[in-house]
Design a protein around this ligand. Sequence first.
Ligand code: HEC
Length: 205
Amino acid sequence: MRRVVTILASAIGIAFLIGLGAFLYMKTEMHGFSARAEPSRTEAMLATYARETAMPDSAKARRNPIRFTPEVQHEAMAHFADHCAVCHANNGSGQTMFGQGMYPKPPDLRMTRTQNLSDGEIFYIIENGIRMSGMPAFGGEATDTADDTWKLVLLIRHLPQLTASEEQQMDALNPKTPSEAEEDKEEEQFLNGGATNTKSSPMHK
Ligand code: HEC
């Protein structure tokens, strides 16, 4: 009987200590549950290490089979503006409403952290996503997305030199909500010197 009591008391004691540890960790290291915080250095290091270890060496060593031509660049810019910019921003900075509210936040793709990855690593990340982060997997099981993904890798390499006019072209390709599309249409009509409300125009009486 005494043994049972001792075992029970130890179990409760251990559970309490684990709970206390987790509570203190969340209070101090994780800043509660907020996605607004930045991961601590330890957390970022462990996550990066886990990602590096989990990626097969053969994937890291893969070479980009596609050449960067103006056509390829345009295709990749349209793709990035449509699928990636909502989190990463057209210029890759990550300064978007969604990006800034995520945990971990999308890094600035123009900086060494991303640019030092091999082409194969960037390809693998786009195809497979990053677990426990907001980075989705874009590779399809049914459809072959490899060429499109290699083109995105080329664009990511180009982001540090993206010009203002290229960024503007991408702005025009970003997905728009119906009200944004309506606003753009009105603005265009106004700039063209047309009436914004055609119904009240005397021409349409
Ligand atoms: C819903 C938001 C979201 C979308 C959409 C998204 N990403 Fe990401 N991406 C992230 C986040 C968050 C990270 C950071 C993950 C981390 O730190 O573990 C990330 C990381 C990456 C990385 C790794 C960068 C590095 O240095 O570690 C690459 C490359 C990348 N994204 C490319 C893309 C491309 C290309 C697309 C579009 C096809 C895309 N992402 C779409 C959120 C997103």
